[in-house]
Design a protein around this ligand. Structure first.
Ligand SMILES: C[S@@+](CC[C@H](N)C(=O)[O-])C[C@H]1O[C@@H](n2cnc3c(N)ncnc32)[C@H](O)[C@@H]1O
Length: 251
């Protein structure tokens, strides 16, 4: 009964074991020395991350997986609210777009840094160097890396999706890690395409009996009836959508 209650709340029963930590440390290694790449702060934040912060404070996850990490701004946020959480960071950190993206934003020295061999990856490692005891960099794409982690017997308590905005890996993540709290970004991304992440999240929630809470760009799934504060977030989210749609219509 107790186990069922915990499961319903999305709370994992067992802490991450020393063996899990050793397995992760061995497979997802850091270089001996901090890469000679300048650490970079680049915050990508569409808002609403307090939804995730609240879940971390309430449910005290031992292990988070973040899918789509860029230069780690949200990872730093999760570390700031929990002094003992471990985080697995999944991202390919590759492609020509990094250089173009930095240039487009006028980040000239970073443009040059990204253009170096393994530039995005080594910039990420250098920027997150201070967290290396509790951070596992997993270079590659989801969902492939989710399967790899599941094969290692790793079970995260919370998964934050912030990658390609399709949500195609949500169902897979749930199949592999059924107890994990599911949350992510991009709720307000892509009005022209009909907010693609919303469709994936809504279909998943309907199929599995979850309720969605959305606040600005952030969404989180709940298995318990929504609290008043969560209903208010959803009402505000709806009002902002309406406002955005109206402005587009009037333009
Ligand atoms: C919007 S950024 C993430 C922002 C990040 N969470 C932060 O706090 O700054 C999207 C990231 O997703 C990564 N990405 C794209 N497709 C991916 C995939 N299939 N699996 C993992 N990461 C992916 C990109 O390389 C990029 O770094």
């Amino acid at each position: 009964m107790e186990e069922l209650k915990l499961k319903k709340k999305g709370v994992k029963k067992m802490p991450l074991t020393d063996k899990d930590i050793q397995v992760l440390k061995k497979k997802y290694t850091w270089p001996q020395m901090q890469p000679e790449f300048s650490p970079v702060e680049w915050i990508l934040d569409g808002g609403g991350k307090e939804l995730v912060v609240n879940r971390i404070c309430k449910d005290k996850p031992f292990l988070i997986i973040e899918i789509g990490c860029f230069l780690g701004s949200s990872i730093k946020k999760w570390f700031a609210v929990s002094s003992n959480v471990y985080i697995i960071a999944i991202d390919p950190w590759e492609g020509d777009w990094w250089v173009d993206y930095a240039r487009m934003h006028g980040r000239h020295s970073l443009t040059a840094q990204f253009a170096r061999e393994n530039g995005p990856y080594l910039t990420f490692l250098s920027s997150l160097w201070g967290y290396k005891e509790r951070l596992f960099p997993v270079r590659g794409a989801s969902p492939e890396k989710l399967y790899e982690l599941a094969k290692l017997g790793i079970q995260p308590d919370l998964i934050y999706f912030d990658s390609d905005k399709t949500g195609m890996d949500i169902e897979i993540a749930h199949q592999l890690f059924p107890d994990a709290i599911l949350t992510g970004d991009d709720w307000t991304w892509g009005i022209e395409q009909g907010y693609p992440i919303r469709e994936a999240v809504r279909i998943f929630s309907k199929d599995h009996g979850y309720q969605i809470v959305a606040n600005r760009a952030t969404w989180v799934l709940a298995q318990t009836p929504l609290k008043l504060s969560e209903k208010i977030y959803n009402m505000l989210s709806f009002a902002r959508d309406f406002n955005r749609a109206l402005r587009r219509f009037v333009k």
